[in-house]
Design a protein around this ligand. Structure first.
Ligand SMILES: [Zn+2]
Length: 124
């Protein structure tokens, strides 16, 4: 098995596929279940990622990762009608531009706690 760096917490872990480590996957699964049941119970709620995170009291970054992974897209089809689903996904997408920033910030943060190395030389 290869070593991969977790896209969420940047920890190295052995994986044959997923780019997110088992502990993050576990947490994301829990957050996802919470989010999904919230959306099911509140079919009229018009939320973006941040509002959804607040509503279920979880980290917005976890929600954004779930969105970026396309989890909601796949499952909301079963839970909501097309129009509602599209509305929600649009809201999510709007807030999604922040995900890359957040992920990058997270990476930087972890990197500096890790060691103090500056940007290394790229592969020339
Ligand atoms: Zn992780």
């Amino acid at each position: 098995m290869e070593m991969h760096q977790c896209q969420v917490c940047r920890k190295l872990f052995a994986s044959s596929g997923p780019k997110i480590c088992p502990s993050c996957i576990k947490r994301l699964d829990r957050v996802y279940e919470k989010a999904r049941s919230y959306l099911r119970d509140n079919p009229d709620a018009n939320l973006n990622a941040k509002e959804l995170a607040e509503a279920i009291d979880e980290d917005v970054l976890d929600i954004e990762i779930l969105i970026a992974e396309g989890r909601f897209e796949r499952d909301l089809a079963e839970d909501l009608n097309d129009i509602r689903r599209q509305q929600l996904l649009n809201e999510f997408q709007k807030s999604l531009s922040k995900t890359q920033e957040n992920l990058r910030a997270l990476q930087e943060q972890k990197k500096t706690t890790y060691g103090k190395d500056r940007h290394g030389k790229g592969i020339a």
